[in-house]
Ligand binder design. Structure first.
Ligand code: G6P
Length: 594
């Protein structure tokens, strides 16, 4: 993954680069660095740790052009030597790179044989040396020749001593240009540019751009092309914590608004079939949802919901495991869920889906992200920028999107009309649950002492057991496992005891009696049980240690409330444990590598 930023203009580059880096820090934060070109050398400052470590760099740094990087290690451990930028042998060139160079070992050997000496274990450093080999004063030509040797994915920014600008290029890793006033920028993602400009150009694969303070030139397939300028819809104020101690809490609290905005204009009481923001396309005979991590859990929820409202066959797949045979998906819609729109596994799965004959649609939160170019159509969620690494409000927006999709394809019925009413009621129900946060904090105080936890549910709530466990692992560093309740007795029972609390989602639905049986079986083995149940449930408290109440809802909407309860629980445990909630160790929000 990694985040890159480049600047060239009239201002001091260093503070601008650092502020930009903070906005892409969600992409990785094990080490970071900046390079500023001077007349004879490129000066590089880099260190282990997140971007704030660079604030301590000594005074006197000067330069109006520079590149910067925040890293999520792929090749080579996190260390100062492996941090970007990387330089050539002469220290006249420096590069930052996001992606993976598959043939770097061969290239490194070739370059070493020619006398180049390497300072890091990274794949990225070969790029600096390849450019060095080709450079005769024309940086654009050198980058073009050097990148022709690369196999893999890259978004790069390159500076050279004496050159008053930056050369950038992308292939299979995101890169966006920002057009300012007497200054121009580039970054992995638009939020890094927002403090300087809202006018952006999203680069295509193979694009190379030369940025100077007063001009931007773009080359595609060797020919110079016009810039297609777009305006970013997000505001820089949305990127602030707005008084919350963490972005995660802010984003959890934004969910009633996110549901409203994603629903806006899509449902009506006169026609229960939702309208979608995608072009009319031949109705499918089968639907497949794909995604990774949290997005896979939204995909799985889509599968459960779909099968309740529509007779169409529907499946959910982890994107990295999706491998249909060519030609086998004609008349199939493949719906790819990805909040970032950059997840390499998901984009790869889309390519396979298209080869298999499917019509593909992306559900994403990020304008012009790579996934939007890989699919036939796009359904933009309206979640606004999500900064915390752990997905919360974008997961909610994905749930809204998959429900709307199912309700678009479902046959008209009175049951469907009932669901429309519930969709409209969900923002206020989620708000009520958020307002009752204190019951969740109290539960967190009880559970924080445990090292292991199980979460169980049945039917459409099973994906919430998986997602709740993922949130507990991601932000609270608590080993949690989610299961279909019926499966617990087929093995995990061996682990139950006084120190393995179980959270059981038991909304009043057709599965309730069986959940009750499972809870009794767990209690009989000594494990503490917390139930998440509807507000009006008076039965469960006789069988469990604690009950966390959620507002009464249509059973198909219980997952929305269960997930908010578990987000808040994970957040509260992480807070009690004093963890870096918005930037958990080893993780990144956008995973652009395989
Ligand atoms: C990373 C993030 C997860 C996210 C997953 C898929 O692992 O840490 O929070 O669910 O990627 O990301 P996507 O952008 O495709 O939804």
């Amino acid at each position: 993954m990694c985040g890159i930023v480049a600047y060239t203009g009239a201002q001091e580059a260093y503070p601008i680069l650092l502020r930009g880096l903070k906005r892409v820090e969600y992409r990785g934060y094990d080490s970071c660095g900046v390079a500023l070109p001077h007349s004879e050398r490129v000066q590089v400052y880099k260190d282990l740790g997140a971007v704030d470590t660079l604030k301590g760099t000594p005074d006197g740094i000067q330069g109006n052009t520079g590149i910067a990087h925040t890293r999520w290690a792929t090749v080579g451990e996190p260390s100062q030597a492996n941090a970007h930028p990387h330089s050539d042998c002469t220290r006249r060139i420096a590069i930052v790179h996001n992606g993976d160079i598959d043939n770097f070992l061969d290239l490194k050997q070739e370059l070493q044989d020619q006398g180049h000496s390497f300072s890091s274990q990274t794949d990225s450093e070969v790029i600096a040396h390849l450019i060095e080999r080709e450079y005769d004063g024309d940086l654009k030509a050198a980058v073009t020749k050097a990148t022709a040797r690369l196999e893999g994915s890259y978004a790069i920014a390159v500076v050279a001593a004496g050159f008053p600008g930056v050369v950038v290029m992308r292939k299979d890793s995101p890169l966006v240009l920002g057009l300012g006033n007497g200054e121009n920028l580039a970054a992995s993602d638009a939020p890094a540019l927002l403090e300087r400009t809202k006018r952006v150009v999203y680069l295509e694969d193979g694009d190379l751009a030369v940025l100077r303070p007063e001009s931007v030139e773009l080359w595609r397939n060797g020919a110079q092309v016009e810039l297609t300028v777009q305006e970013v819809a997000w505001n820089v104020t949305e990127l602030d914590r707005a008084g919350y101690p963490h972005f995660m809490l802010k984003e959890i609290h934004e969910q009633p608004r996110v549901i409203r905005d994603t629903l806006a204009g899509r449902i009506s009481l006169t026609d229960p079939r939702a309208t979608l923001p995608i072009a009319a396309h031949k109705a499918p005979s089968r639907v497949i949802f794909i995604g990774c991590g949290t997005s896979y859990h939204a995909a799985l929820t889509g599968q459960y919901f779909f099968s309740q409202v529509s007779p169409l066959p529907v499946n959910a797949y982890v994107a990295s495991e999706f491998d249909p045979a060519p030609g086998t998906l004609r008349d199939t819609w493949v719906v790819a869920l990805s909040q970032s729109g950059e997840t390499a596994d998901t984009i790869n799965a889309i390519r396979k889906a298209r080869t298999a004959g499917a019509w593909t649609v992306a559900v994403t939160n990020v304008m012009s992200s790579s996934i939007t170019r890989a699919t036939d159509d796009v359904f933009y969620m309206q979640a606004g920028p999500e900064v915390s690494v752990a997905a919360t409000k974008t997961f909610m927006a994905q749930l809204v999107a998959v429900y709307l999709l199912a309700m678009h394809l479902a046959p008209r019925s009175t049951a469907l009309a009932e669901l429309v009413g519930e969709l409209r009621a969900m923002p206020s129900k989620v708000q009520r649950l958020i307002n009752a946060e204190s019951q969740i904090k109290a539960l967190a105080a009880k559970l924080t002492r445990y090292d292991h936890m199980f979460l169980i549910a049945r039917g459409i709530n099973v994906p919430m057991a998986l997602e709740g466990a993922l949130k507990l692992k991601e932000v609270a560093y608590l080993h949690a496992e989610g299961f279909a309740a019926g499966e617990l007795k087929h093995g995990p029972f061996a682990l139950l005891g006084l120190n393995t609390p179980v959270i059981a989602m038991a909304p009043h639905d057709g599965q309730y009696p069986r959940m009750l049986t499972a809870i009794k079986e767990i209690k009989a083995r000594g494990a503490p049980v917390t139930a998440i149940a509807f507000q009006d449930d008076t039965e469960l408290e006789r069988f469990v240690d604690d009950v966390l109440h959620i507002p009464v809802a249509h059973p198909l909407f219980a997952p929305w409330l269960n997930t908010v309860a578990l987000q808040l629980l994970s957040y509260s445990i992480a807070e009690l444990r004093g963890l870096p909630i918005d930037k958990p160790r080893h993780l990144a929000k956008s995973v652009t590598v395989f």
